[in-house]
Design a protein around this ligand. Sequence first.
Ligand code: CTP
Ligand code: MG
Length: 224
Amino acid sequence: PSCIALIAAAGSGQRFGAERPKQYLDVAGKPVLRHTVEAFLRHPQVSAVRVVINPAFRDLYETAVAGLGLAEPVAGGASRQDSVRNGLDALAESAPDLVLIHDAARPLIDDTTISAVIAALGQQPAAIAAVPVADTLKRGRDGVVADTVDRSGLWRAQTPQGFRFPDILAAHRAAAGLELTDDAAVAERAGLSVALVPAKEENFKVTTPDDLTRAARILDAGLS
Ligand code: CTP
Ligand code: MG
């Protein structure tokens, strides 16, 4: 099946608080976004990579992906959900069989996880990288523990989140304007069954400066 990776890179990195959006900061010698794009370009089952950006940072984008031969970037929107929907609309012309939607801010995505998400799409219409919750969960109230939450069956959702393309395009169009925090939630709302694909802690989302330090340590040590 044809499979396109759609990279959401139109955020502004408010929580990170750098002088530019975090996906354009260097880590281990190249921009975060370039690590992310290269991970999908080198995967043999991914036929193309398309990136959703904020056009205000077009120059940073061009520098980050120079020489990779990507198609024209897609303009994002105010929310991540809007950005992804714009990206899917732009892919409608090429109509791939499958799409893997991924955060630009997860540069440590590995081949094995990408393969596992694609493989799961053979059985289910949707599949997401995720990690089982390991810590004991507490619900807090005014700084003290109100109660302990049963963690059994709980997972932390990552990306990539893979879908059969026509399903997720229709689901996103139907969900426009809602405030759903990931694409799986959009799929769930459309009644699609979403497979959980065990992934790695290393595929964390760069959110704060400490996260970038952690990513640098892993990349510099050649662990990923
Ligand atoms: N994203 C996007 N369009 C938006 C908002 C976010 O494409 N309107 C992308 C980000 O670039 C990122 C991914 O979605 O790769 C996950 O979002 P997040 O980690 O929240 O990044 P930001 O929104 O940039 O950061 P913050 O929420 O701290 O501002
Ligand atoms: Mg955000």
